[in-house]
Design a binder for this molecule. Structure first.
Ligand SMILES: CC(C)(COP(=O)(O)OP(=O)(O)OC[C@H]1O[C@@H](n2cnc3c(N)ncnc32)[C@H](O)[C@@H]1OP(=O)(O)O)[C@@H](O)C(=O)NCCC(=O)NCCS
Length: 184
């Protein structure tokens, strides 16, 4: 990303519904060990090491993001280019609470405010269109960048999910949540 594209990031970030035609980028991102070490949970070493997704696995993942009725998934676009995915999961009509997820697949788009802008837009959708009172998430305790983002938007710590296997060892997963009244 050039300095020119980074500067006006907040105005340049848009969400649009994710589609099966987004497969080429999602395949590339899910084959990137540098991304999935932050986003994929393996219960324990008996399930094998965390491996880059095959094309079939990435397509299955995208199909879930797009077609699972308990999800609302969006492509994050920066200046019209798809750089990541974001959404709500574990949602049902009338529910007061659901989870969110975010993954910026293009490594050079991270750390420039794209995540903050995209998550703000998702939270507006969650608290208005979906009528949620609370948005929850789980984040690896080692993921300082993501935790900083969530705290910046008002998420607070809610304890631990437990230990999960990633990156060749066990890591703790932090539970965080944001109530609607706290969103700023
Ligand atoms: C985590 C992620 C979504 C954050 O999005 P981002 O666009 O990189 O983050 P932003 O640039 O909006 O930064 C948000 C805050 O994070 C913090 N931050 C930014 N870069 C950081 C870094 N390298 N290290 C630690 N904190 C950092 C800052 O506090 C920043 O706020 P500020 O700019 O006002 O100081 C993105 O980096 C990502 O997709 N990472 C890989 C996948 C992942 O971890 N997903 C989340 C799984 S729970």
């Amino acid at each position: 990303m050039t300095a020119q594209t980074i500067a006006p990031v907040r105005r340049a970030v848009r969400l649009r519904p994710l589609a099966l035609s987004d497969a080429p980028r999602v395949r590339r991102w899910m084959a990137d060990a540098g991304l999935i070490r932050f986003t994929v949970v393996v219960p324990g070493p008996e399930h094998g090491p965390l491996a880059p997704y095959t094309t079939a696995e990435a397509d299955q993942y995208l199909d879930t993001l797009v077609n699972d009725r308990s999800r609302r998934s969006f492509a994050i676009e920066l200046h019209g280019t798809h750089v990541g995915n974001i959404g709500i999961k574990e949602w049902q009509p009338g529910a007061a609470s659901a989870e969110c997820f975010i993954e910026i697949g293009e490594a050079d788009a991270r750390g420039h405010g794209v995540g903050a802008s995209a998550l703000r837009q998702l939270l507006v959708i969650a608290f208005t269109e979906l009528g949620l009172d609370e948005v929850r998430l789980g984040v690896f305790a080692f993921n300082a960048q993501a935790i900083a983002l969530y705290r910046k938007l008002g998420f607070v710590d809610r304890g631990r999910y437990g230990w999960h296997w990633a990156d060749g060892r066990y890591h703790e997963i932090n539970a965080m949540s944001l109530e609607r009244w706290r969103f700023r």
